[in-house]
Design a protein around this ligand. Sequence first.
Ligand code: ZN
Ligand code: ZN
Length: 229
Amino acid sequence: MLKEVVVTEINPTPTIEDYLGVMYTLDRDGESIIGAKLSELLEVSAPTVTVTLKRMIRDKWITMDQKKEIHLTKKGVTAAASIIRRHMLTEWMLSRILDVPWSQVHEEAHKIEHSISTDVAEKMQARLDDPKLCPHGNPFPGFEKMTQTWLPLVDLEQGDHFIIRRIHEFGEEDGQLMSFLQNNGIQPAQEGCIKEKLPFNETLTLQISDAAVSLGFKTARLIFIEKVG
Ligand SMILES: [Zn+2]
Ligand SMILES: [Zn+2]
């Protein structure tokens, strides 16, 4: 008689790591984790998401409740935090050691992060002086409190002064947006003020150094600032 063979993944595959990372970020932001959001954020079809979620439930990375909302298991949280940490350390390595432009480090790190071992990640962490935020200002797992007082840029009014602190992870995903932000000096530590806010048009015009830069509200929701003055 054949014995039943139970296959369980010990380490998540790169695909599973991508799902875990997005799930962790949604959960951190207090958003519900549902298939439709994963399909949009990971740019994969709904049927593909369904198949992957089934595998993830089988391998105990997640559970799904009656409302079809997804919850990370303890094992899932640990694996998600690990891939996010490796991603952020890789971003710093690329930017500080290899001088890869700020707007490109996310995309480049995404290709490398899955193959970094725990040992190498620890060495990177020490060499990079224990960073608590990624080069875009997003918190390493466990350091979420550091970003809590920063406001979305879209909440400011005309005349408000600010220091840019953070571009949300879901903004990092958009290469064109990242190049635009870098070209216009919209990066952490940059100061600026709101020159004009047009709610009917859903646009904000920022004064950054000597230049005026217009942004849509959608983009301004992904940029977090510290108010000054
Ligand atoms: Zn990133
Ligand atoms: Zn980043």
